[in-house]
Design a protein around this ligand. Structure first.
Ligand SMILES: *Cc1c(COP(=O)(O)O)cnc(C)c1O
Length: 381
């Protein structure tokens, strides 16, 4: 089955009881047994829920995995992956990591004896040198946030496999429509379904897709034992969002391309970060492993001050000032004071995260209206 058919049909059958074409929301905590142990595979809703099972089957198909396991948020999904490790194990993680992922590893799991190094993954051989006998997990994010750096998934996973280290790719920014890391050698794929999969900024949910059933079974055990399951209504909303994933991401990428090209020509803009530019250091990797270059664009201003950034951020009308990404509506954000405020300024500047850096999550509106919105915001300066 092709991707555009999978989003609508994979794992989704009419309800056998009624013929309902849409997956019912099984809003129940328990299931009645005929005699003790005599039931239809459903005992208690932390352990199994039919709405959640359909979403898990669908996500496994989209990422070409054996099985998926869903959680109450993207970070709850990451929490489950980290629970596969033991005290003393070491993680190597992409240095330009999602802030919440950074916080979970350093503020929670370091207390429980996990060790972590944040490294530049642009050079696979440099990654190989960092792997020791204690290294048990490579945590890969690509494209990164907000600098939109690229990691060569296939090359890094090859290095990891040679050394017997497990790999997990956070695929939130790309979505399975743009890239499928399991096909490139990864063991696990993580999603904050809150973003492109849900796609309508109305739900928080997370998922992990495993290459092998064995790994999925370990995650199912953790899902049931730790209990961070999503509610059935939220699973339904993500299933509904996924049905248009290909159309939304296709359009967001098309809009982002036009916006990136507009920004790069603008006299008040300094740098534009978008992997579709030929001089972007990750251009060749993006072309190799992604279908399009994504719906995220970052840029900074020639007059690099917080004041100038603030003026732009408070002047846009269609671009709403908010955290998050991947919804149908366009969002604008200021990493230095919002998502990356906890990083000391000198550290920020070193990676190019300047005071005036602005991040756009480009939505699926008419791109001419979006361009006009940016133009009037710049005219205000
Ligand atoms: C939002 C996000 C997460 C966390 O997901 P939640 O659903 O907010 O818990 C993890 N990784 C990336 C790249 C994200 O953008």
């Amino acid at each position: 089955m092709k991707f555009d058919t999978k989003v609508i049909h994979a794992g989704i059958d009419p309800d056998p009881a009624t013929g309902a074409i849409m997956t019912p929301i099984f809003q129940t905590s328990t299931y009645v047994q005929r005699t003790p142990g005599d039931h239809d595979g459903y005992e208690y809703a932390r352990t199994q829920n039919p709405t959640r099972s359909v979403l898990e089957t669908n996500l496994a198909a989209l990422e070409n995995g054996s099985a998926a396991v869903c959680f109450g948020s993207g970070l709850a999904a990451m929490d489950a992956v980290l629970k596969l490790l033991n005290p003393g194990d070491e993680i190597l993680a992409t240095d330009d990591l999602y802030g919440g992922s950074y916080r979970l590893i350093t503020k929670i799991y370091e207390r429980f004896g996990l060790k972590v190094q944040f490294i530049d993954m642009s050079d696979p051989s440099a990654v190989a040198e960092k792997i020791t006998e204690h290294t048990k997990l490579l945590w890969i994010e690509t494209p990164t946030n907000p600098m939109l750096k690229l990691v060569d998934i296939e090359a890094i996973c090859k290095v990891a496999k040679e050394k017997g280290v497990r790999t997990c790719v956070d695929n939130t920014f790309a979505s399975p429509y743009l890239q499928t890391p399991l096909d490139l050698g990864a063991d696990l794929v993580l999603h904050s379904a809150t973003k492109y999969l849900g796609g309508h900024s109305d739900v928080v949910l997370g998922a992990v897709v495993a290459k092998t059933q064995e790994l999925a079974d370990q995650l199912y055990f953790i899902q049931n034992a730790s209990g961070a399951v999503p509610g059935p209504q939220d699973c339904f909303l993500v299933l509904r969002g996924i049905k248009t994933l290909h159309l939304r991401v296709e359009r967001a990428c098309k809009n982002a391309k036009k916006i990136a090209k507009y920004l790069v020509m603008h006299p008040k803009v300094a740098n534009v970060y978008w992997p579709g530019f030929k001089d972007h250091p990750g251009y060749e990797i993006a072309k190799k492993q992604m279908r399009h270059f994504g719906g995220m664009v970052s840029f900074d201003m020639l007059e690099d001050t917080m004041e100038v950034a603030n003026k732009v951020l408070s002047s846009t009308v269609l671009f709403s000032l908010a955290e998050s990404l991947g919804g149908v509506e366009s969002l604008i954000g200021h990493p230095a004071t919002m998502t990356h405020a906890s990083i000391p300024r000198p550290e920020r500047l070193k990676v190019g995260l300047t005071d005036s850096l602005i991040r756009l999550s480009v939505g699926i509106e008419d791109v001419d209206d979006l361009l006009e919105d940016l133009e009037q915001a710049f005219a205000n300066l």
